[in-house]
Design a protein around this ligand. Structure first.
Ligand SMILES: Nc1ncnc2c1ncn2[C@@H]1O[C@H](COP(=O)(O)OP(=O)(O)OP(=O)(O)O)[C@@H](O)[C@H]1O
Ligand SMILES: [Mg+2]
Length: 310
């Protein structure tokens, strides 16, 4: 299947700065794709190149099968985007701003314009304040309006640069559910975010960039593959230690109150559990530990110094 986005050797230099450096990105149909990286690591620049908003220094980009920037206009109607705040007219109302965007955008019948706008405003929770001028909107409300603009039409792909930036907890929750709905409806979603917990919850695949370079790209569940340790909770950790001390393979790493952490060393969690039970230890909980996306992110991006690429 043709990827929704494929970049090969994508590179962007601003003078001496390599903002994006030899990046091979692949977004598949149906992905909710998290694009992660420290400040200045090249996420926005990459997304802007993919949308044909800035030229690449070198490398190639395919968007929905079309070569970018050459044929980008063929596929842009199928793409909704929110990249670092679209330009809105400050003195016009939210509704009027959307009407202007809808009128200038491709497709979409004029007759159904008001209904489309109403629905987009409803989806981002702005219906009740849509008559206020844009300049009177708070950061979060401006962000929501940017999303509404991206939602005016159904799209095959949504590209969202930090969509929950500036949103309150309710707003973040609502946007997360909205993205879940859109994904279930078949929209492929690419979002950049600094909220790793959020990415862990909603994304199926993710890429991590650092100083313009792609460090990892995989299914989220693979990025969060088990660490090889198991945490056992029991009323009698002493007995657990005795049983595990006698059994080959596993290796006790840590004991803390009613918890024992064990490295599996090739043993399975099932086998470990069996040994404990046979040894008369009542196991309250046996948890196969996984890293958090934050652990993976920090490990990959920990090299010292400023994150701004040189
Ligand atoms: N128009 C420009 N002119 C010069 N340098 C630029 C320009 N746009 C981006 N850069 C540089 O490119 C690098 C990557 O910037 P980019 O905005 O893509 O980072 P980012 O990953 O989106 O960061 P953030 O998480 O802070 O949004 C930075 O060093 C930035 O200063
Ligand atoms: Mg950015």
């Amino acid at each position: 299947m043709t990827p929704v986005i494929r970049t090969i050797g994508l590179t962007k230099r601003f003078g001496p700065v390599s903002a994006v450096d030899d990046v091979n990105l692949e977004v598949h149909q149906g992905d909710v794709f998290g694009f992660l990286g420290p400040n200045g690591s090249g996420k926005t620049t990459t997304l802007r190149m993919v949308l044909g908003l800035v030229f690449a220094t070198s490398g190639s980009i395919e968007l929905l099968g079309a070569s970018v920037p050459k044929h980008v206009n063929r596929v842009l109607p199928r793409v909704g985007a929110l990249v670092e705040g679209p330009g809105f007219y400050p003195h016009l109302s939210a509704r009027r701003n959307l009407a202007l965007l809808d009128a200038t955008g491709p497709g979409g019948a004029r007759r159904s314009r008001q209904a489309r706008i109403g629905e987009a405003l409803e989806r981002v929770g702005l219906a009740r304040v849509a008559r206020r001028p844009f300049k009177a909107f708070s950061t979060g409300m401006q962000q929501r309006l940017g999303l509404a603009a991206a939602l005016l039409r159904p799209h095959d792909l949504l590209v969202l640069d930090e969509p929950t930036n500036g949103l309150d907890p309710r707003g973040m929750h609502d946007i997360r559910s909205l993205l879940g709905e859109l994904s279930a409806e078949g929209t492929t979603i690419v979002l950049s975010s600094h909220l790793l917990g959020e990415v862990e919850t909603i994304c199926t695949r993710a890429a991590i960039v650092h100083r313009g370079r792609l460090l990892a790209q995989d299914r989220v569940e693979r990025l969060l593959a088990p660490t090889g340790t198991v945490r056992i909770t029991t009323d009698d950790p002493g007995a657990a230690l005795r049983v595990l001390g006698e059994s080959a393979g596993s290796h006790v790493l840590e004991r803390e109150r009613d918890c024992v952490t064990v490295r599996l060393n090739g043993t399975t969690p099932q086998e470990l559990n069996r040994r404990l039970v046979v040894g008369g230890v009542a196991v309250g909980e046996l948890v196969v530990e996984r890293p958090k996306l934050e652990d993976v992110f920090l490990r990959l991006t920990e090299r010292g110094g400023a994150d701004v690429p040189r």
